[in-house]
Write a protein that binds this ligand. Structure first.
Ligand SMILES: *Cc1c(COP(=O)(O)O)cnc(C)c1O
Length: 375
């Protein structure tokens, strides 16, 4: 009789007794006059960690992006350029504001938006470029900032997947006119659901601060009075208590993610037809949120075959992002050849924080067989 091997989860947060105690304490005492204490501290600590002037805690990254774009006064007729390979959360707020997302191709090496494709897509209606640091890989921020400056448009960062990524000594999310983070349960740092808006721009911060408080301006003393129609994307004090402990552990959480990625890198190195998240050295260090393996075209293997085989072995792997332009509500853009090709040949590999070497060996052995390897 063969023994069923325990399954290997895809992602799972790292929650210790310290997190549990912090949330318990917030549940016990974080009410009344203390109902914003954890939120205020989390915002200040996150801003300090990132090296930015301002942070506003939110209920999601989607909400942070929505308020940031609203503060930039994005409106119908405006266009925002972003990579075709992305999660739906990035374009959704653009669509909600009545503006148009314009999907450009990715670079095959970074999997992030191609600055040359961005340049070709700029029109008189372009209001912003949304740089999404996919899976922790960094966008070419120098080139994108130059384009943004030349055309007087905003450069925004969706850094949901890039906590721990560092670009020329500056943390991802701190480089654009504003940045947005996610603390969803699948992300490197979690608050269950949650996010953060960050910026160095005082005016943008004031605008988002007011929007995030149902349009009630800071300093407004009239009770239940709103100065405009805003949003309700606040983080709870309980979630912030959890986030603060996770942030105190951020070096450990990122180190574990990087270790997992390097373990995969070593296992796949002898197989040139298997590639994983690029390594551009310390000047473009990735926080390694999610390892992906890409099967070379010459292998003729579809990612579904690999995912199915992993599933047979109780390993939970997932598909690389579909091109957004292939979703039913958008116009197809098959000219984005890299986005369309990669999505057929790449998959997310498990990377939960407590993974052990034996689990990575099990996964690597299965994947390697698709590259003709006989481990
Ligand atoms: C997870 C994610 C989001 C959405 O985050 P929520 O907190 O779920 O809104 C946005 N953008 C990217 C790139 C993501 O990976």
């Amino acid at each position: 009789m063969t023994e069923e091997r325990p399954g290997i989860p895809y992602v799972r947060p790292s929650i210790t007794e310290v997190e549990i105690e912090a949330v318990t304490e917030a549940a016990r005492a974080g009410w009344g006059p203390r109902c914003y204490d954890e939120i205020n501290r989390f915002e200040a600590e996150f801003a300090a960690h990132l090296g930015v002037r301002h942070a506003v805690a939110t209920s999601s990254c989607t909400g942070a992006l929505h308020m940031g774009f609203a503060a930039l006064d994005l409106k119908p007729g405006d266009e925002v350029i972003l990579a075709d390979t992305n999660w739906i959360a990035s374009p959704a707020p653009i669509v909600h504001l009545g503006a148009t997302p314009v999907f450009v191709d990715i670079r095959p090496d970074t999997w992030c938006l191609d600055p040359e494709a961005v340049e070709r897509a700029i029109t008189p209606r372009t209001r912003a470029i949304l740089a999404v640091h996919l899976y922790g890989n960094l966008c070419d921020m120098d080139r994108l900032q130059t384009l943004a400056d030349q055309h007087a448009i905003a450069l925004v960062e969706d850094a949901a997947e890039a906590l721990g990524s560092v670009y020329d000594g500056r943390r991802a999310g701190s480089l654009g006119c504003f940045g947005a983070f996610s603390f969803h349960g699948s992300k490197t740092l979690t608050t269950g659901e949650g996010g953060m808006f960050v910026t160095n721009d005082d005016a943008l911060y004031e605008a988002v601060h007011t929007l995030s408080n149902h349009g009630r301006a800071r300093g407004q003393t009239k009770q239940f009075w709103a100065d405009m129609v805003g949003f309700k994307y606040k983080m709870s004090n309980l979630a912030a208590a959890l986030g603060r402990v996770q942030l105190a552990r951020i070096d450990e959480l990122v180190a574990k993610k990087r270790w997992i990625l390097e373990q995969y890198r070593e296992r796949f190195a002898p197989y040139p037809q298997l590639s994983i998240n690029p390594d551009f050295g310390p000047a473009r260090a990735s926080g390694a949120w999610m390892p992906n393996v890409v099967l070379d075209e010459s292998l003729g293997v579809h990612r579904d075959a690999v995912i199915a085989r992993l599933k047979e072995e109780n390993v939970d792997a997932r598909v690389f992002f579909h091109p957004l332009s292939s979703l039913p509500m958008f116009e197809a853009a098959p000219q984005n050849v890299n986005a369309y090709s990669l999505s057929q040949r790449a998959l997310n590999l498990p990377s939960y924080h407590d993974m052990i070497e034996d689990e990575i060996d099990r996964i690597a052995r299965i994947v390697i067989q698709f590259a003709g390897g006989h481990p």
